[in-house]
Structure formats: structure tokens, C-alpha cells
Design a protein around this ligand. Structure first.
Ligand code: SAM
Length: 279
């Protein structure tokens, strides 16, 4: 079923900017599935990234205590202000979501959830920022390209498994809410989409001595996917002897490739490297 998106776009003669990842939702069933999938209720403070003409925002406003939406496109600011003026639980921030300090927006709020149909050109940096920033989100329910959802949900030895899988699984449990076809948007994107919910864990999935080193080892291992771990970790700053010792102490075979390691194994390896750097 269609919603007010087309009507608002026509009313303001809004021109889509492709480079801003503007594909607006026109399918009410998807809106409901996002809001239900995110389990939004009247206690929740919701942050939305990229409200567009406010289609999802309106549904969030009906359910949540407050909604703050962050939009980069100057042309959308007057449209959103006018169309959502009757909601006194709405705040609009005109900024690049990649440059926002979410703590300033969250303040003292307790039950904080993020819901968004993300601009696809910045999906990965936005997810990385939201997860590594130490913000107190309970969950992120986001629409992303199907291919990115597959990378997030992937396991060792699968071709989609990589640094993004480790990053998200380190911080979250993941749940696919639904698949969304290109026909649910104007203009239609070229790819299928997925609504996925990421529930922040109380503590990261593995306990490591240095998160920075853990993610460095992960990054180096996947940057050289086809190489053995030995070759991929040569630039961590250890002597050959110490690197050999780190592999021995972690119990991980240096001839393996990064794409075969579980999160726990990356933790063991980075802790063994850490002990030798610190010695
Ligand atoms: N939420 C609307 C919907 O579902 O119909 C629009 C979603 S559209 C996929 C992405 C939105 O993100 C657009 O409104 C776009 O202008 C906005 N956007 C793009 N880059 C952004 C950024 N860096 N920070 C904040 N918003 C951004």
C-alpha cells in the first residue's frame, strides 16, 4: 500500500540527489515491519538517520516518546519542518550523520534505539561509528543492501566473512527482520534490501586485552585475504621470533588464512601479540 511519500515529493517538487543515497520508502508494510521489528514503544527515544520526507519518521513519532532525525540534505529541512510540525516530540538535526556526536543528542535518555533506512553509500562507516562510539543504543534496526546484510551475518570460511562480520558480531546479536524489493522505493534502487536488527550485547562477545589491537589484527588479516596469517601480521611491530611465539602461545597455526578464524580465535591471537608487545 502506498503512503504519503509520492504526494509530498510532488507537492514540494523535490529533486532526488542520487549521490546522497536517496531512495524513499513508498510501501507501508515495510514501515510497519521496521517499527515492529525495532520494537518501538512509548518509553523509547529514537534516533533516525536520513528521514527523507519523513515517511518512516511519522510512524516512529506515533509510537515513540521522542524522535530525533538527522538529515544532511538542506532541501529536505524545510519540508520536514513543515510536514512534521504537529508533532511536539520531534527534533530535527541538520548535519552529516558521520560527524555527529551521538552523546550530545542522547543526553540522559535511557531507552535509546536507532531506526533508519540508511543512505547506502555510507552504510558501513555509519554502522562502524555507531558501534565503536561507545553510545548507549539498545538496538539499531536498519535497512541496508542485502549484500551488506549477508556480510554482517556471515561465518568463518564463507566468502562474505570479513572485518564487517567481526565488527558487528563483536558488539551485537543480529536478526534479519525482512527482505525488501526495489519496488518498495522511489526511485528504485538497483539492489535488494534487508531490514536487520542489531541488538547491542551488554559486554562484547569476546574479552580482549586491547580492542584497538584486536581490530588491527582483524583488519590486517582481511586486507590480505589470500595470504597466510603469518604474512598478514608481519607489520604489527613484532620481531619474527616474537611473532612466531605469539602464534605458538595462541595455539593458532600461522599458515591459516584470516577468513578461517572465529571471533574467539582472533581474540586469542591479538591477546598473544599484545602480551609480547607489552613485555
Ligand atoms: N527515511 C527515508 C525513507 O525511508 O523514505 C529516506 C531514506 S533515504 C535511503 C536516505 C536519507 O539519508 C536521505 O534522506 C538522504 O538525504 C539522507 N542522507 C544521506 N547522507 C546522509 C548523511 N551523511 N547524514 C545524514 N543523512 C544523510
Amino acid at each position: 500500500m502506498d503512503n504519503k511519500t509520492k504526494e509530498i515529493v510532488e507537492k514540494y517538487k523535490f529533486k532526488f540527489t542520487k549521490s546522497l543515497g536517496q531512495n524513499f520508502l513508498i510501501d507501508d508494510s515495510v514501515l510497519l515491519d521496521i517499527v515492529n521489528g525495532a520494537d518501538i514503544n512509548e518509553e523509547d527515544f529514537v534516533i533516525e538517520i536520513g528521514p527523507g520526507v519523513g515517511t518512516l519518521t511519522r510512524v516512529l513519532l506515533e509510537r515513540a516518546k521522542r524522535v530525533t532525525a538527522i538529515e544532511l540534505d538542506s532541501d529536505l529541512i524545510p519540508i520536514l519542518s513543515e510536514e512534521l510540525k504537529d508533532y511536539d516530540n520531534f527534533d530535527l538535526v541538520h548535519k552529516d550523520a558521520l560527524k555527529v556526536n551521538f552523546n550530545e543528542i542522547i543526553g540522559d535518555e535511557e531507552s535509546v534505539k536507532l531506526a533508519a533506512n540508511l543512505p547506502y553509500y555510507v552504510t558501513t562507516p555509519i554502522i562502524a561509528n555507531l558501534l565503536t562510539g561507545g553510545y548507549k543504543f539498545k538496538s539499531l534496526t536498519i535497512m541496508i543492501q542485502k549484500e551488506v546484510a549477508e556480510r554482517i551475518n556471515s561465518e568463518p570460511n564463507c566468502k562474505e566473512y570479513g572485518a564487517l562480520s567481526i565488527l558487528v558480531q563483536y558488539y551485537c546479536n543480529t536478526k534479519i527482520v525482512r527482505r525488501v524489493p526495489p519496488t518498495s522505493f522511489i526511485p528504485r534502487p538497483k539492489v535488494d534490501s534487508i531490514v536487520i536488527r542489531l541488538d547491542k550485547l551488554e559486554e562484547p562477545r569476546v574479552k580482549v586485552k586491547s580492542e584497538e589491537l584486536f581490530f588491527r589484527v582483524v583488519r590486517d588479516s582481511f586486507n590480505m585475504r589470500r595470504k597466510t596469517l603469518w604474512n598478514a601480521t608481519k607489520n604489527l611491530g613484532l620481531s619474527k621470533e616474537d611473532l612466531a611465539l605469539a602464534f605458538e602461545n595462541s595455539g593458532i597455526d600461522q599458515k591459516r588464512r584470516g577468513e578461517t578464524l572465529s571471533l574467539e580465535e582472533f581474540g586469542l591471537l591479538s591477546d598473544a601479540v599484545y602480551d609480547l608487545i607489552k613485555k
